[in-house]
Structure formats: structure tokens, C-alpha cells
Design a protein around this ligand. Structure first.
Ligand code: SAM
Length: 216
């Protein structure tokens, strides 16, 4: 099977058939070459329906979860988006296919450097990769129309809520009970935030000032 047909099968079988409806998200998933974002020895598995190790104890998320989160963030073409947890850069590439500009923050400098190199090589020039603690956000670039957090924390960090534009959406896994993570969406309306619980998930921990204190 060619890479293109594997990607097409992933979009139809793992995304559309499971309920991803947003055609812009499906088109983004059909366009971004996931094989470029995984380690060389995992390229044959790039379109498998699961996360894959990318080094530093971290993973590239399962394609369905990437698509689900992008859809949940309700991104429109003029949006400025903040992603916390760059990892491989794949999620940022998907978000960049939907938005005008993406800022993405990674706490592991080696992963951030590799992701930036991949994004440039594959041609995603509207993504800026930052190294640091994403739980404090990126005040200098705020407000954001959407924030996507790809690691699980004890609650949604307050600086991220403050950096949302009016009408903005944040999508993030939250460990509401020990060992039970729920993907949450909070939508800002003035000073109010409407929270919805969307899906049970499993993510690596969000390590930082407004996340967990210890981890890899
Ligand atoms: N979006 C990524 C991709 O497409 O490959 C998947 C990311 S992985 C599931 C989660 C990432 O969040 C890891 O790379 C981890 O190092 C990072 N991370 C955890 N806590 C963080 C923090 N406070 N700030 C920035 N990155 C963080």
C-alpha cells in the first residue's frame, strides 16, 4: 500500500467512520504527511491507529485524537492558535492547515528543535515553535482564538484562560479523578467560561508551573 492510500484509509476508516465530520479537518488530516513527523524506524506504522514514541519519553498522538481535538477547537481560517505540547510538530501542522497562524510551545528543547526542522522541511511556515513552560501560555502573542493542550493537567491553567480571545475555545485533557482524564472544552464569553466534557482520553502529563510539578 502506498503512503497516500494509507493516509486515505486512515481518513475514511479511522476518522470519518468514527464521527469526525468537519470537512476542513478531514482535508487537513488528508494533507499532512504524518510519516515525516515520526522517527525513521516508525515510518511504516505512521498511519496506524495509535500514538507512537518520538523520544524523550513522549508520543505523537493517535490521529483520531488529533482530528477530534482540532474539530472540537472550531478553528476558522483567520484564527491565531496556541498549541501546548509541540512533540513531533504533527498536531501543529494540522492546526496550521486550519488557521492563519500557530504558536506551539514544547518544554523539551530537543523535541522542539526537531519539530521546527520538520515543519520547515515539510513547508509549514505559519508555525512558530517556542521552548518553555506552556502552562504560562504566551502573553506576548495573546489573545488566541483557540488553544489546544496536548498533555493532561489537574485543571485548565488560569493563564491560558486569560489569554483566550472573547469567543475563544480551549481544548485540553484534565485529570478530574486520579487516573481518569477527560477531554474538556472551555469557551469564553466575556469573563465567563462554559465548560463541556467531551471524551475520556489518555495523555502524557502536563509538567509546569500550572500543571504537575514533576515528570520527564
Ligand atoms: N502534539 C504532539 C504531536 O503532534 O506530536 C503530541 C504531544 S505529546 C502527546 C505531549 C507533549 O507535551 C510532549 O512533547 C511533552 O513534552 C509536552 N509538554 C508537557 N508539559 C508541557 C509544558 N508545560 N509545556 C510545553 N510542553 C509540555
Amino acid at each position: 500500500m502506498t503512503t497516500e492510500s494509507k493516509r486515505g484509509r486512515m481518513v475514511d476508516h479511522d476518522l470519518r467512520d468514527r464521527g469526525v465530520r468537519d470537512e476542513r479537518v478531514l482535508a487537513a488530516m488528508a494533507r499532512v504527511p504524518r510519516e515525516e513527523f515520526v522517527p525513521q524506524h516508525s515510518r511504516d506504522s505512521a498511519y496506524d491507529d495509535n500514538p507512537l514514541p518520538i523520544g524523550d519519553g513522549q508520543t505523537i498522538s493517535q490521529p483520531y485524537i488529533v482530528a477530534f481535538m482540532a474539530e472540537a477547537a472550531r478553528i476558522t481560517p483567520g484564527d491565531t492558535v496556541l498549541e501546548i505540547g509541540t512533540g513531533s510538530g504533527y498536531g501543529a501542522a494540522v492546526l496550521a492547515s486550519l488557521a492563519a497562524h500557530v504558536h506551539t510551545i514544547e518544554r523539551h528543547a530537543t523535541l522542539a528543535a526537531r519539530a521546527a526542522e520538520t515543519l520547515e522541511r515539510v513547508g509549514f511556515d505559519t508555525v512558530q515553535v517556542h521552548v518553555g513552560d506552556g502552562t504560562v501560555g504566551l502573553a506576548d502573542e495573546a489573545p488566541f482564538d483557540a488553544i489546544v493542550v496536548t498533555a493532561s493537567g489537574p485543571e485548565i491553567p488560569s493563564p491560558l484562560l486569560e489569554q483566550l480571545a472573547d469567543g475563544g475555545r480551549i481544548v485540553m485533557p484534565v485529570e478530574r479523578r486520579r487516573g481518569h482524564q477527560q477531554l474538556m472544552r472551555a469557551t469564553r464569553s466575556g469573563d465567563d467560561f462554559a465548560e463541556e466534557s467531551l471524551l475520556g482520553v489518555v495523555f502524557v502529563p502536563l509538567i509546569g508551573e500550572h500543571g504537575y510539578q514533576h515528570g520527564r
